[in-house]
Design a protein around this ligand. Structure first.
Ligand code: NAD
Ligand code: AHE
Ligand code: ZN
Length: 375
């Protein structure tokens, strides 16, 4: 099939909020610097639901969503040297070119090489899409578009992984789990003995808890409005649980009272700007650091009294947990293979691509962490 158009099944988002439709999609061959991947498994992340909702300023329709997946390289375009057909890979929405100002800075995992194209649903070379239906272009999403049996991505967005790793599990290392672990290890750099608060106990929040446990945190306080989350959360290292609905005081005050003045580190893993404020304000005066992980919709803004920062609290954010994708995703896969990090435990459901609308429905239910689709 090298050099040929492939027709395959993909879930197309024609319009915001309208059910996804499984369509026969034409996938053009990879051009220079591009890789065509046969996607075998993809999970759903809340960011897919966010863009589908129409609230993402970068959301374009019709598009093929999906960014947490694993597959096998089918063919490569001219000049691609780091992967070849047959390689097992994880597509990475956060690229790593190792040449741009961002990559060379040593200060960030963000990469500037293809971001301008991935933000507008096209490929860098010709600013066009490789997906079409009977000649009508369908936009890419986050440079990954994994809700498709075949996708085309930039070579700087492909992590080559251990071929022994089970793709139906390690697909999760494309987003949620690394984001939570990395928020703790790379962005906050939590030290042993620290007190940590995690707001939102979905996959991302639970991975924060797991990361904090391995970093040696002494208290890990889980905050969620859903009491069901506590039993699950204990398995990921959460030591105490607070439900804001069960308190009359603002949640930041509850946490400050519980921790003799505030936590050392807090993480917002929901995407709610008033919770982001609470997460900052529950930090200890002088040093407490709060990391924003959740994605909030266009038009939403954060606020607090500047006095909170003047008196030493620090507000940070993280994308993909600060991990350098091509370099570190294979390392995370190896850690999973050595049983040093959890992955299976986040998978609560397995379904087929054709059931993707039900899968999204489940995701909003609260008993679902990650649902993995066989593509
Ligand atoms: P999720 O929906 O599974 O988890 C959110 C949790 O928050 C749920 O358990 C829910 O009950 C709880 N919650 C909702 N409102 C609350 C409130 N007011 N107070 C306390 N708890 C509340 O989501 P997820 O897949 O874990 O993703 C979490 C967020 O992280 C999303 O916004 C997602 O878009 C974002 N995200 C960011 C990155 C990044 O790189 N920064 C990567 C992945 C996901
Ligand atoms: N288009 C969105 C931005 C969403 C966002 O912040 N995405 C995160 C990853 S979420 C994965 O589940 C991210 O990595 N951001 C860095 C980047 O370069 O996009 C909006 O709201 O505009
Ligand atoms: Zn995601």
């Amino acid at each position: 099939t090298q050099g040929e158009v492939i027709t395959c099944k993909a879930a197309v988002a024609w319009e915001p909020n309208k059910p996804l439709v499984i369509e026969d999609v034409q996938v053009a061959p990879p051009q220079a610097g591009e890789v065509r991947i046969k996607i075998l498994f993809t999970a759903l992340c809340h960011t897919d639901a966010y863009t589908w909702s129409g609230k993402d300023p970068e959301g374009l329709f019709p598009c093929i969503l999906g960014h947490e997946a694993a597959g096998i390289v089918e063919s490569v375009g001219e000049g691609v040297t780091e992967v070849q057909p047959g390689d097992h890979v994880i597509p990475c929405y956060q690229a790593e070119c190792r040449e741009c100002k961002f990559c060379k800075s040593g200060k960030t995992n963000l990469c500037g090489k293809v971001r301008a194209a991935t933000g507008v649903g096209v490929m860098m070379n010709d600013r066009k899409s490789r997906f079409s239906i009977n000649g009508k272009p369908i936009y890419h999403f986050m440079g990954t578009s994994t809700f498709s049996q075949y996708t085309v991505v930039h070579d700087v967005s492909v992590a080559k992984i251990d071929p022994q790793a089970p793709l139906d599990k390690v697909c999760l290392l494309g987003c949620g789990v690394p984001t939570g672990l990395g928020a703790v290890w790379n962005t906050a750099k939590v030290e042993p003995g620290s007190t940590v608060a995690v707001f939102g106990l979905g996959t991302v929040g639970l991975a924060v808890a797991e990361g904090a446990k391995t970093a040696g945190a002494s208290r890990i306080i889980g905050v969620d409005v859903d009491n069901k989350k506590f039993d699950i959360a204990k398995n990921f290292g959460v030591t105490e649980f607070v439900n804001p609905k069960e308190h009359d005081k603002p949640i930041q005050q509850v946490l400050v009272d519980l921790t003799d003045g505030g936590v050392d580190y807090s993480f917002e893993c929901i995407g709610n700007v008033s919770v982001m404020r609470a997460a900052l304000e529950c930090c200890h005066k002088g040093w407490g650091t709060s990391v924003i992980v959740g994605v909030a919709a266009s038009g939403q803004e954060i606020s607090t009294r500047p006095f909170q920062l003047v008196t030493g609290r620090v507000w940070k954010g993280t994308a993909f947990g600060g991990f350098k994708s091509r370099s570190q995703v294979p390392w995370l896969v190896d850690k999973y293979m050595k049983k040093e990090i959890k992955v299976d435990e986040y998978i609560t459901h397995n379904m087929a691509l054709g059931e993707i609308n039900e899968a999204f429905h489940l995701m909003h239910g609260g008993s679902c962490l990650r649902c993995v689709l066989k593509v």
